[in-house]
Design a protein around this ligand. Sequence first.
Ligand code: F6P
Length: 394
Amino acid sequence: MSQMKNAIVGQSGGPTTAINATLAGVIRGVAKTDQIGTLYGCLNGITGAINDELIDLSASMDDGKLALLKHTPSTYLGSCRYRLDKEEDLARVVETLKKHNIGYFFYIGGNDSMDTISRLTAYAGDSGIQFIGIPKTIDNDLPVTDHCPGYGSAAKYIATSVLEIARDCYCYSTPSVTVVEIMGRHAGWITAASALARTSYSSAPDLIYLPERDFSTERFIADIRQALRRRRNVVVAVSEGIVVPQYDDDCGTRDVFGHRQLGGIGKALTDIVKFYIGCKTRSIEVNVLQRCAAHLASKTDLDESEAIGKAAVQAALAGETGKMMVYVREEPYSVSFDCADINGIANLEKKMPDEFISPDGNDVTAAFINYVTPLVAGEAYPLYENGLPVFLGR
Ligand code: F6P
């Protein structure tokens, strides 16, 4: 066996439009160096390392496939939500890594996935294996980094969809309230991006409710009444994670990290409007559509996501370990790359700061619009065949 160390890469957590662009970046980064041997892909996140389920990415990828991979949403390697907290699992991961002569471990994921990097660094830090996290999440809630790969595309999809929803709603003269429910458990970044839908010909969303602020039903009803006085068709953007006191049932299923499965708050709000105001209502749960909308990907997001994958390989070769890659924003807008200690990131959530939320709590500020605008810039259409996008299957 060659003395040269090999590398392994895994993907974890909820899918995004850009997570495969990052995988493509890692593959290209490894292909470019003569200091790393084979790059293995770990199937279904860390469970692939526990069960020694790997594929050889160095042998199976060429330029054409990598170009397709960049535009293929969701996780090419599969994903998991798995807490790596058992000694037995940690030992099996290290056994797999040693068996394949791994020197570099790359893990692309969100808060919970960074917990995996943190635990592996603590458990096997002196094994000579370097552990690097690469951020990914539509929720945009990882600390330190300016923003997260995947967020710009989700933001673009949401803003475009709210603009199109408004076109639909505005065609009737009948008063109506449409509530659009958007992902985001404790942080309202994606919902906030709906504000980009406002143009000279469309005022939607008229109201924006974020989990960073306590929700008051009385205040909501007053807001809606006031909005209906201004215009016939009101569009509301709401984060799935807001807590409406009367509707707070805690009986949903939970994942291994204790997160309750969300969904349905938009319907609860339209029920409230129907009861107290009595006009036409509709609730739209965007749900998973916002995670894999490759046809509306942000070019900025895909390009940066690929570049941060390559930068992760450079960081590993420079000797970094126990770190997560981060974007550093430069003005005029561009990003450079750095890496930050995983322990200041794992399991922590970055909420929207006060300066991005309007003082009355039902809108965003100009500062937020300035922050988010460059992230949705540019189109990155996938390849189309027979009228449909072409993705890379495994
Ligand atoms: O990936 C983040 C996220 O999309 C959250 O906004 C959402 O609440 C959660 O994942 C849903 O996850 P799952 O795919 O496990 O249902």
